[in-house]
Design a protein around this ligand. Sequence first.
Ligand SMILES: [Mg+2]
Length: 170
Amino acid sequence: MKKFIPDLYVTNIHQIKPKDLKKRGIEGVLTDLDNTLVRWDEPATTQEVIQWFKELNDEGIKVVIISNNNEIRVKEFADPMNVSFIHKARKPLKKGFVTGLKMLQLPANKTAVIGDQVLTDVLGGNRMGMYTILVDPIGEKEFLMTKFNRRIEKRIVRHLFKKGLISWTR
Ligand SMILES: [Mg+2]
């Protein structure tokens, strides 16, 4: 069960302060794209995301986008921002995360994983021994598979709540 629990839970990425990450010894971020940075059907980035990436950069924190989505989607989003990415990462499998660490040139314990899904982002990051941050998903329109995952997630989260294993910081 522990593998499903994020180290930090926030409403959105803008509540994640790069300075706080730095204090925790985080030097790199592997962030999910769809419903984490922008809505899954939103092709382009936003001023807010650009600003947040800049703040990370100012703290010397490197960023790689790690997405299970296809190359066209991820490249179209990441290239204009000049950010490296991994597409078809097949999270929560380890391979994509290992590639991410190589790109960041960092060990797992200095890396944070950020994402909106427990079953891919949090589980995958925890299995790697990374610092995991769960955000609320942006938007409501979702793929069927995502909807299916969410239903399982809700059950897991409810269970953890009951056991007192998690509490929200909002
Ligand atoms: Mg996502």
